[in-house]
Design a binder for this molecule. Structure first.
Ligand code: PEP
Ligand code: MG
Length: 582
């Protein structure tokens, strides 16, 4: 068969090479037949017994969960157990058997199709993707009913030589857990997106994967040779020997690099000329602290607290309460064992609406976002400030405020923080009165009026994602202008370098927490600008540390000053790749 390439969504990086193992295809495609009146109760019992078996399977999975498994795995099993207890899944199909005399499989599929259609209507993309959970639970029950199991064959021999690539319409996170200890190099699924649970688990298990491949499970045959390029979201089916060899080399190189890098976990990030650099992690939820600790981060440089608020409705009563937030922040603080945790206050709006249905602004990225929203909703803001302050009694916490641009916004924010402190004092609740307060510098106006911030703030953190968006006037989520998003645009370099320089001059700590900080191609440039604090996704910590260990700041400083005097994009790009070379 001729080689061909499929394109999907990259969700978990790395390269996997192996033979396709197709998982029980189209489990929801079941036999449909009507049963006789006298068989109804037996059919009902057959379905009940299958549901009970799946409950037991989930319990077994739970108790077999390895201690070091990511926290979300347990949560996924809980979600599936919860779905399996829902009357909509359990009782309705029984009614269908009794009233319409459908066989058990048909009754179950009818109800799952109905629920899936209802989920399709939901606007919120996160909730919409939960449709997959319902289908996965349904498939589990069907597999028990039809006696087809999702097990993988045992493969002996060198794990690297022949690896199995699982190809399926969809894979449940619980199934992935079962496959974990097997010779299993990666997976490809027809459905799924960045937010799908399976993608999240793949990332936390660090397995190359590509999802959203449409009809891959139809086009790929059992035992086909496959290459997954997890960084590009590409699958090459039946590659030619030349392509296979190229990817083998790339894979071997990546594996060698990773192995080498994993030895750096405990190595301090010190440059060749002896300057220590702080490497922190960006997290979305407290559980992510485990990955941050594992990668040896110096702390949390950005806790995007809005993830605790998203997926609920904009109604104040439905938002996380002060206690719920406090528990989440405290969890992060205790998990980080004395390392600082920088909690950013609610950055809601633009591409992170509280409630997608309520998004009415014509230009949301320029609308009532982040601190603007919080100052317009002081009650929500005060609840969050109190919760963060209370967590500061359990370890070092820093408060970070997004999207500030005006002096009066800074004043109002500081006054709200004082008010939250006074309320806690009144209620006899402990907190760190000297909690450092910092501003995200992510609007060009803030970068250009930096003295306003330096005077009033304890530290600054450059949000390059938004700083680039607003400097270049391109919506960061609009794919039609994605090609204009360029961190090396001279205007961006001018702003970033002048913020770092002002921080050094005025002795106020400055970090970068946007994606630029985790891009190894830019590490030397940022060091050359004088940056000493980086915050990034935990998976980037070791590659960036490696760059730091091989850097000499004196040389980089000189070379970077030259780059900053250049305006021609091609010359800048070329010089950045040469940084550090004499
Ligand atoms: C940024 O804007 O660079 C940033 C770190 O914040 P977010 O990506 O959450 O907007
Ligand atoms: Mg931002």
């Amino acid at each position: 068969m001729a080689s061909f390439t499929l394109h999907g969504i990259p969700v978990s990086r790395g390269i996997a090479i192996g033979r396709a193992h197709l998982l029980a295809p189209a489990a929801l495609d079941v036999k449909h037949y009507l049963i006789a009146e006298e068989q109804v109760e037996a059919e009902v019992q057959r379905l009940q017994a299958a549901i009970a078996t799946v409950h037991k399977e989930l319990q077994t999975l739970w108790s077999a969960l390895p201690k070091d498994s990511p926290a979300e795995l347990g949560a996924f099993i809980d979600v599936h157990a919860l779905i399996l207890s829902d009357p909509m899944i359990v009782d309705v199909p029984l009614d269908i058997i009794r009233s319409r005399h459908y066989n058990a499989e048909w009754a179950l599929v009818t109800q799952i199709d109905e629920l899936s259609a209802q989920f399709e209507e939901i606007d919120d993309p996160y909730l919409r993707e939960r449709k997959a959970d319902i289908q996965q639970v349904g498939e589990r029950v069907l597999k028990v009913l039809t006696g087809t199991a999702t097990t993988l064959p045992k493969i002996d021999g060198d794990e690297l030589a022949v690896r199995m690539i699982v190809v399926a319409h969809d894979i449940s996170p619980a199934d992935m857990l079962q496959f974990r200890d097997r010779a299993f190099g990666g997976f490809v699924t027809d459905v799924g997106g960045q937010n799908s649970h399976t993608a999240i688990v793949a990332r936390s298990l660090d397995i190359p994967a590509a999802v959203g491949m449409f009809n891959a499970s139809d086009l790929i045959a059992q035992d086909d040779w496959l290459i997954i390029d997890g960084d590009a979201g590409v699958v090459i089916v039946d590659p030619t020997p030349v392509v296979l060899e190229q990817y083998r080399e790339r894979q071997a190189r990546q594996l060698r690099e990773r192995k080498k890098l994993s030895k750096l976990k405990k190595t301090p990030a010190i440059t060749k000329d002896g300057v220590e650099i702080s490497l922190c992690a960006n997290i979305e939820l407290p559980e992510d602290c485990a990955a941050a600790m594992e990668a040896g981060s110096s702390g949390i440089g950005l806790f995007r607290s809005e993830f605790l608020f998203m997926g609920r409705t904009g109604n104040v009563d439905k938002l996380p309460s002060e206690d719920e937030q406090f528990e989440a922040y405290r969890k992060a603080v205790t998990m980080m064992k004395g390392r600082p945790v920088t909690i950013r206050t609610l950055d809601i709006g633009a591409d992170k609406p509280l409630d997608a249905a309520e998004q009415t602004a014509l230009n949301p990225a320029l609308g009532l976002r982040a601190i603007r929203y919080c100052l317009a909703e002081p009650q929500i803001f005060l609840i969050q400030l109190r919760a963060i302050l209370r967590a500061s009694a359990f370890g070092p916490v820093k408060l970070l405020i997004p999207m500030l641009a005006h002096a009066f916004e800074i004043e109002q924010t500081l006054s709200m923080i004082s008010q939250a402190k006074a309320q806690l004092r009144e209620a006899n609740k402990k907190f760190d009165d000297a909690i450092p307060i910092g501003a995200m510098i992510e609007i060009p106006a803030a970068a250009l009026a930096l003295p306003l911030f330096i005077k009033r703030m304890d530290f600054l953190s450059i949000g390059t994602n938004d700083l680039i968006q607003y400097t270049l006037a391109i919506d960061r989520v609009d794919h039609e202008v994605a090609h204009l998003y360029n961190p090396l645009h001279p205007a961006v370099l001018y702003l970033v370098s002048s913020i770092i320089a002002a921080g050094a001059r005025e002795r106020i700590p400055v970090s970068v927490c946007g994606e630029m900080a985790g891009d190894v191609k830019l590490t030397r440039l940022l060091l050359g600008m004088g940056l000493r604090e980086f915050s990034m996704h935990p998976t980037q910590l070791l590659p960036v540390k490696n760059e730091i260990l091989n850097s000499d700041l004196t040389i980089l400083g000189m070379q970077t000053r030259k780059i900053l005097r250049t305006v021609e994009p091609a010359a800048i790009a070329e010089a950045v790749t040469q940084l550090g070379q004499l």
